[in-house]
Design a protein around this ligand. Structure first.
Ligand SMILES: Nc1ncnc2c1ncn2[C@@H]1O[C@H](COP(=O)(O)OP(=O)(O)O)[C@@H](O)[C@H]1O
Ligand SMILES: [Mg+2]
Length: 357
């Protein structure tokens, strides 16, 4: 994969530090773990870019113990040039959704700023990660809703809709939208106190208000809103209200957080969001997440960097953290923490002695 021809590592159960120069392959290594957990990259949707130049396919293989049973099982993911995905776990073929529930992964990198600065779809994905892992029925509702929405939108685009047909589609849309929104809203409600607590540790003195908006005026019945907006939807050719417009709002002292906070503060806020997801997941399922944190020190001063690491250290997750210079990051951990250091150099990975050894 990318510049990693064959690379192997024996990760520590808790903290794995990957360091190396620009272009050495650190992000590619995180990308390969992401591929193992989700079957796709966080950098590109074009698999030819991932597959090493001159090769036909890529393979990521690991021994994993996703349910903490004390017994590892083989997991292998391959992607061909045409993009075909094959996943085998414990000797059987599994699909992408099954893989995702097996390997709860969370990424913190420069794209994570999009939680504050990006489009609502990024924030919906964030909520839906939680919904998916918190409730086994979530995926059925999500898929059902999007299937019906697509039908409704293509009807709107053709322009002529019989009133009875429309009523049927709207009823079906609401039948998915309502429970989907309840799960999303319950997830955000459970997440908020965890987020506030973690943010309090990472970034003192800044209070961020987080509010869920379901995609229409929450005080009103969606069926009625659809009815009222119908003429407009028909003119525009798409559905203007519903869960497809759900969002999260972040405010600091009444101002939009994206406008108000500094770059470093934003990094801590979006990191706290991701860390809160992992903490809530752990509370709900007694399972840990895998964190892929690309260039942890970037944008952070030494004190905030330490606080970030201290939080990671006391959580239950397995972390893969990259940085250019291992300096501070190799020294912040307690002796009892299961820690491994890896040097990445031109596509090769070698384990490096922990400081003091
Ligand atoms: N498909 C590919 N085949 C071979 N090399 C690649 C491919 N895609 C990217 N690379 C190279 O892999 C190297 C590693 O990049 P990256 O993992 O982003 O480095 P780092 O995160 O350590 O700065 C880069 O030099 C890049 O040019
Ligand atoms: Mg990188």
């Amino acid at each position: 994969m990318r510049n990693l021809s064959t690379a192997e590592l024996q990760p520590a159960s808790r903290i794995n530090l990957l360091f190396g120069e620009n272009g050495s392959g650190k992000t590619s290594l995180l990308e390969s773990i992401h591929l193992l957990g989700l079957g796709r990259s966080f950098r590109t949707q074009q698999y030819r870019q991932l597959i090493q130049s001159g090769q036909e396919e890529l393979l990521v293989f690991a021994q994993v113990d996703p349910f903490n049973k004390g017994e590892s099982r083989p997991l292998g993911v391959t992607r061909a040039r045409e993009g075909e995905l094959r996943v085998r776990y414990a000797g059987e073929s599994i699909g992408a959704a099954e893989l995702a529930s097996l390997m709860p992964l969370l990424v913190i990198n420069s794209d994570t700023f999009a939680l504050l600065e990006g489009s609502p779809s990024v924030r919906r994905q964030f909520i839906d990660w939680g919904g998916f892992h918190a409730d086994p029925g979530f995926i059925r509702l999500w898929r059902g809703f999007h299937r019906v929405l697509k039908q409704r939108n293509s009807l709107l685009k053709c322009g002529k809709i019989d009133a009875r047909v429309r009523a049927l589609w709207d009823a079906e849309l609401v039948a998915f939208a309502q429970p989907l929104t309840e799960l999303r809203s319950a997830y955000v409600e459970a997440l908020v106190p965890v987020f506030e607590e973690i943010l309090g540790e990472l970034l003192k003195d800044v209070q961020v208000q987080l509010r869920f908006s379901p995609g229409w005026d929450a005080k009103r019945d969606l069926a009625q809103v659809l009815e009222e907006n119908f003429e407009r939807d028909l003119r525009q050719g798409f559905s203007s209200s519903g869960p497809q417009r759900a969002d999260l709002r972040f405010r600091v002292e009444g101002q939009d957080a994206a406008e108000r906070l500094s770059r470093g503060q934003k990094k801590l806020v979006v990191s706290a969001l991701k860390l809160a997801q992992g903490a809530l997941f752990h509370r709900q399922s007694q399972r840990a997440c895998i964190y892929l944190i690309d260039d942890l020190p970037s944008e952070l001063d030494e004190r905030h960097c330490r606080q970030f690491c201290q939080f990671l250290e006391k959580s239950a997750n397995q972390c893969f953290i990259t940085c250019v210079d291992p300096g501070l990051l190799s020294r912040v951990w307690e002796e009892t923490t299961d820690l491994a250091l890896f040097r990445v150099d031109q596509g090769t990975i070698s384990q490096s002695a922990a400081p003091g050894e």
